[in-house]
Design a protein around this ligand. Structure first.
Ligand code: NCD
Length: 348
């Protein structure tokens, strides 16, 4: 573990976490060091009360399972309390309340807000009216910074286990790259590394926004479009697959994407000589027939890392809260004790 400063800086520019672009290599490493520190707490070997008395306002206006629950359990594991609202129906937005009013009101009840909303730029709008830090948990097809942070952290540890580093690696990014906000954030965040080769594949109409490709290229990375998934896999250390974001596109766009069958399965991987490749996915995986997603016939392959990603989501989100609320590593250590109760959990 590298040295953590006594007082952690906020997320680069500003106290809100809205975009991965707020990070540089140092602040990224600090967040990862903090995530390493809280691992025993996330794994329930230790109990921490550093956020005793703090209240999280968790506002999810779009479907979510792992992002909401991992943010909330991260806060609870640090000793805080959680208040939550999900969907528009059960909030006053259904009565026409503006984002600004909602944000000002709820921020008066909470010490930090986590917000997911279907419109790009909306979480920044929440932040400008909030009196407490706001964490972007996904704004439409825009960004998903906490997912990119946990993806980078997982990728780094998967590569380390193979004596490799993120610098110089080759990553195939496949699926819906247009509406998949996780890949927008991930490509930008990985651009902090050096000499990455991105090999992208997407069906017609679902291509990566040129602005994201430009962002990586302008920072010296190599990014090429492949004709097929199999082509994208050539020479790749890792494949990152994404779901078709049907809820964000019109019927016409979906029809021109012409997707059916599997995006990636065991046969494609074996044929491409990539049976050992690191397999990542932000989840959820669309398991319906012809959903054009990652097949579950890859689940016993050694490189499957999707559940290590979800487990790491808790550590990373704990580190995000500690940073947002100005808690140092020393404060965490001073408020952590061994777990007195028995857990039957077995972590791999
Ligand atoms: C992703 C999202 O919501 O952007 N899910 C997640 O947060 N892990 C990906 C998706 O919905 O496909």
């Amino acid at each position: 573990m590298t040295n953590l400063p006594t007082v952690l800086p906020p997320f680069g520019v500003g106290r809100h976490l809205l975009s991965v672009q707020q990070f540089d290599r140092d602040s990224l490493q600090q967040l990862f060091d903090l995530a390493d520190l809280v691992r025993p707490i996330a794994e329930r070997r230790q109990i921490c009360t550093v956020l005793d008395g703090a209240v999280l306002g968790s506002l999810f206006f779009e479907p979510s399972t792992r992002t909401r629950l991992s943010f909330e359990s991260a806060f609870l594991r640090l000793g805080g309390e959680v208040t939550t609202t999900t969907g528009f129906t059960f909030s006053s937005m259904a009565k026409g309340e503006s984002i600004a009013d909602t944000s000002r009101v709820v921020s008066g009840y909470s010490d930090v807000l986590v917000v997911r909303h279907p419109d790009e730029g909306s979480v920044a709008e929440f932040a400008s009216a909030s009196v407490v830090p706001v964490i972007n948990a996904g704004d439409g097809a825009g960004e998903h910074p906490s997912q990119a942070l946990l993806d980078f952290y997982t990728l780094k540890s998967e590569l380390q286990r193979r004596d490799r580093s993120v610098d110089g690696c080759t990553i195939a990014i496949v699926g819906d790259l247009k509406y998949g906000r996780t890949v927008h954030s991930l490509i930008k965040l990985l651009s902090l590394a050096q000499g990455i080769t991105f090999r992208t594949y997407s069906p017609p109409s679902l291509e990566l926004p040129p602005e994201v490709a430009h962002y990586a290229r302008a920072r010296g990375h190599h990014l090429t479009d492949a004709e097929t998934v199999a082509d994208a896999l050539i020479g790749a250390d890792v494949v990152y697959a994404t779901r078709v974001q049907r809820e964000r596109m019109t019927e016409e766009v979906l029809a021109s994407a012409n997707v059916s069958g599997n995006l990636l399965n065991r046969r494609i991987l074996k044929k491409a000589g990539a049976a050992e490749i690191i397999i990542m996915h932000p989840l959820p995986r669309d398991s319906r027939m012809d959903s054009f997603d990652l097949s579950n016939d890859v689940d016993d392959l050694p490189g499957l890392s999707i559940f290590r990603q979800t487990d790491n989501g808790v550590l990373i989100r704990m580190a995000i809260f500690l940073t947002a609320l100005g808690c140092s590593a020393d404060m965490v250590k001073a408020t952590t004790k061994q777990r007195p109760w028995d857990a039957t959990l077995r972590w791999p």
